[in-house]
Design a protein around this ligand. Sequence first.
Ligand SMILES: [Zn+2]
Length: 114
Amino acid sequence: MVNAQHHLQHLNQELDQVRASLLFTLSNSTNLLHQSLAETLQQNNPEQWLELMQKQLGTEYKESITRLEKLEAAVCQIDIGQYGYCCDCEEKIDSQRLNADPTVQRCIRCESNS
Ligand SMILES: [Zn+2]
């Protein structure tokens, strides 16, 4: 088992950052739909944000949403004790790779094969 707790801390920090920056951008948007989405988000649990945003936001937010998806997936893997294993070959992912980006899903071999 890799040092999942260490990564969990980083993942949660980044989750908070990405969520805060999305909320800020939406609240300050000139688009009324985005403003009302920001209000909806604040009334909901952050764990529901991804679903709400996926339904209502277009491609201009794709990058942040994709990042949220990856972060949440990694946190979920930690919860179920599957963190740090390649989703293709199930080998352990190199710890340097996880330190560089704690959301990586594939070992370097599978990544370069894809
Ligand atoms: Zn692999």
